[in-house]
Design a protein around this ligand. Structure first.
Ligand code: APR
Length: 175
């Protein structure tokens, strides 16, 4: 698989010129802080209006809306697990966020999508453990969805960027 289908970048996901950006939401889908707050601020009030029609989203699930005032045409809202030490299925739920978000990406014929570090902020998921899950699941999903051309992991800070670059340079079987 061409490895340049997966890249890491640094910066503010709300400014990225990609077809879709993924939001690290909560189960209400009614906004919050962190990247959720940034995306709602940048997209404008119509985003919340559409989110209200969705009736929430379970942890590990994903829902799609328009992007409104964002450069991205779509926002995929996914709900990451809160980290409780790793014994409450957090790894599988986090993998589900990436799997379900990429399934929606393929379903809507979206070619480029950017992810923030789902659950690695307020939800406390350890950064490297989350990055390994994200990369492993994304590689698997890109095999299943060959029409997705580019996935960008948006790192908010140098530490995350260096980590993703290091992990992405490893061959698939070693992640
Ligand atoms: N662009 C890219 N990444 C960002 C941005 C941004 N503008 N703002 C924050 N981040 C990064 C954080 O540094 C972190 O690495 O996004 C990652 C996810 O952090 P959170 O936004 O705190 O999301 P999460 O840990 O999944 O917690 C979700 O927080 O905002 C509430 O409503 C949200 O209840 C939900 C919870």
């Amino acid at each position: 698989m061409k490895t340049d289908r997966i890249q890491a970048a640094e910066g503010d996901i709300t400014r990225l010129e990609v077809n879709a950006i993924v939001n690290a939401a909560n189960t209400t889908l009614l906004g919050g802080g962190g990247v959720d707050g940034a995306i709602h601020r940048a997209a404008g009030p119509e985003l919340l209006e559409e989110c209200r029609t969705l009736g929430g989203c379970p942890t590990g699930g994903a829902r799609i809306t328009r992007g409104y005032r964002l450069p991205a045409k779509w926002v995929i809202h996914t709900v990451g697990p809160v980290w409780h030490g790793g014994k409450r299925d957090e790894d599988a739920l986090l993998a589900g966020c990436y799997r379900n978000s990429l399934a929606l990406t393929a379903q809507h014929d979206i070619k480029s999508v950017a992810f923030p570090g789902i659950s690695t902020g307020a939800y406390g998921f350890p950064l490297e453990r989350a990055a390994r899950i994200a990369i492993r699941q994304t590689r698997e999903s890109l095999q299943a969805h060959p029409d997705i051309e580019k996935v960008i992991f948006v790192c908010f800070g140098r530490e995350a960027r260096d980590l993703y670059d290091r992990l992405l340079s490893h061959p698939p079987q070693s992640i």
